[in-house]
Design a protein around this ligand. Sequence first.
Ligand code: SAH
Length: 295
Amino acid sequence: MARQPARNRPPGLVVVGGKHAGRPLGEVWLVGAGPGDPDLLTFRAFNALRSADVVVHDGLVSEEILDLAPTRARRINVAKRKSRHILPQDDINQLLVALALEGLTVVRLKGGDPFLFGRGGEELAACRAAGVECHVVPGVTAALAASAGAGAPLTHRGCAQAVTFVTGHAAHGEPDLDWAALARPNQTVVIYMGVSTAALIAEHLTAAGRAASTPALIVENASRQDERRLLTTLSGLAEAAASVRGPALLMVGEAMAMAEVHNTDLPGEGRGPGEAHQPLRMNLGPGLRREIRVK
Ligand code: SAH
């Protein structure tokens, strides 16, 4: 049975002896808000949000979701879109702890899932170290929404026996990944934060032996009104990524050829929803690209 936010619990438990003796300790809810569409919020995330005194969120959380918080709840934006840091991570950790020590129910709302490239582990550790109760609510990670929206399964019998989520973000120079492992066929590699390093990633994967003709799907703003998909190959990945502005995933693997494409700039090659997909036999050819604006 899931824990209820403090507001829904029977009164009676008062923690004494903390920094604010006599005042009940608040708590932190580390909540995954999903990829953007409020329909993809879980009930548990919704309930936590409804009980918030304060919502601490990053830039990936949509306004529609933030608007589900009670109007009395204070909103703090600690937006962390790359190269636009507003608050360093240590300060965010301290902020969460300080607000909870004030007796508040703090909802730390994060895009996708808090434990997938979300630094949720650091925030949880900070709460634990301070003796603040912290609950984690999972969220739909961007890869799941991107693959579902495109109709391109992350695993698929016969052509994708495994899926690996990696970060393409390179703190110092190049992303440090196990290229030999990622280059094996019959698996899907999903790259978060990889748009700016797409050329390097494609180069490394190809050099390690992944076929240049391997299908590659880019999904920008998955599940949002402005979702956009680009279907290409590993050799066309960098060029396709150059047109991306919003948050996007790079998804490389044979099964990505199943992605639905309504409009195509390749005569005779368009496929609509419901048409037969034959990912293994399909050859996109090097550098070819299809683009679909979804909504
Ligand atoms: N915790 C998040 C990931 C945060 S890392 C999750 O589980 O989804 C930030 C990266 O996630 C972005 O650079 C982008 O690669 C990806 N991302 C987040 N939201 C996205 C969306 N709606 N569409 C596509 N990619 C998204």
